[in-house]
Design a protein. Structure first.
Length: 314
């Protein structure tokens, strides 16, 4: 363990020195990410956490990496958790006409780091997830006249911008649920003109029956399950499934264990998720009687970062 700590400290100092030169930024970050993944794969999770707590953040490298708004925001957690809606917007911005976030403090060096981090498989997977959900919304609207839709932990609901059915007014009712009031205010400002209704509620509210809406044609949750322990996740899945109409559809997403970006996210961004593989995603349905399920599909994105559970109710 001490040897690994020493090696990691040496690596962090080496990468920091190389980054300062600004001659081989990409190569240095490639080396950092590769090494972090290798170390994570050799030790237990508890040991990995201990190594990180002892070695990072080292001022020599954190002051450099934090010039990237993605790394900085995830680590500092201004809303109490890493993957907040602003963070997601920073990820989405890399694949839009914006190019870079509108941040006056962003240096050229910071832009370079941001450009690198925003191309992580995890970030590409998050952008793909947004587009996939938009496609599913359109698909549901093409099969059901004026469908009723629920987004659980909606964030800023950016998939609404890509869903033609939303923009064309083909959704009957669209509820956007989140416990973050600031996220809901953004939804209110940007999307209520399209008939979307922000709902302030938490997972606890749903489980306690305080969220009384039901009879949905489509329920989805993009990033919530990354933060739910298994007992809560299984209970929530059952409650949400029960809120579907007969023939309704539910889609849940979760990051995969050992995805390509995991070392950097945990060590440099202090971004820890609850991961699930395909079998663990299917297990989320374990409290639902099989006779109530019409079909189940589990898929993984091309970047091997996110797994999807897609289930139809009889």
């Amino acid at each position: 363990m001490e040897l690994i700590k020493s090696e990691m400290n040496e690596l962090l100092d080496h990468v920091a020195a190389e980054l300062v030169k600004q001659e081989s930024i990409v190569e240095s970050l490639d080396l950092l990410g590769k090494y972090l993944n290798e170390i994570r794969g050799k030790v237990s999770l508890d040991s990995w956490r201990q190594i990180i707590s002892n070695c990072y953040p080292r001022q020599s490298i954190s002051s450099l990496l934090f010039q990237d708004p993605l790394t900085r925001r995830a680590f500092q957690k201004p809303r109490g958790y890493a993957g907040d809606a602003i963070m997601m917007d920073l990820v989405y911005a890399a694949d839009s006409s914006l190019g870079f976030p509108a941040d006056k403090s962003l240096t050229e060096f910071g832009r370079t780091i941001y450009s690198y981090v925003s191309k992580f498989p995890a970030c590409k997977a998050v952008r793909f997830r947004k587009q996939l959900i938009a496609q599913l919304i359109d698909e549901v609207a093409s099969n059901v006249n004026k469908p009723k839709i629920l987004s659980v932990a909606c964030g800023h609901l950016r998939e609404a911008e890509s869903a033609k059915a939303v923009l064309d007014g083909k959704i009957g009712r669209f509820l956007a649920l989140d416990q973050d009031s600031e996220s809901l205010q953004s939804v209110r400002e940007d999307y209520t003109s399209f008939g979307i209704e922000p709902i302030h509620a938490s997972v606890k509210d749903i489980l306690q029956g305080k969220f009384t809406y039901s009879d949905f044609d489509f329920i989805y949750s993009a990033g919530l399950y990354d933060y739910l322990k298994n007992p809560v996740a299984i209970r929530l899945t059952r409650v949400l499934f029960d809120k579907l109409k007969p023939g309704g559809r539910m889609m849940l997403a979760n990051f995969l264990p050992d995805h390509p970006t995991v070392g950097y996210m945990e060590a440099c961004m202090d971004w820890w998720l609850i991961y699930r593989d395909e079998a663990q995603m299917e297990n989320l349905l374990s409290s639902i009687p099989e006779e109530q399920i019409n079909s189940t599909k589990i898929s993984v994105d091309n970047d091997r970062s996110i797994v999807y559970l897609d289930v139809l109710k009889k």
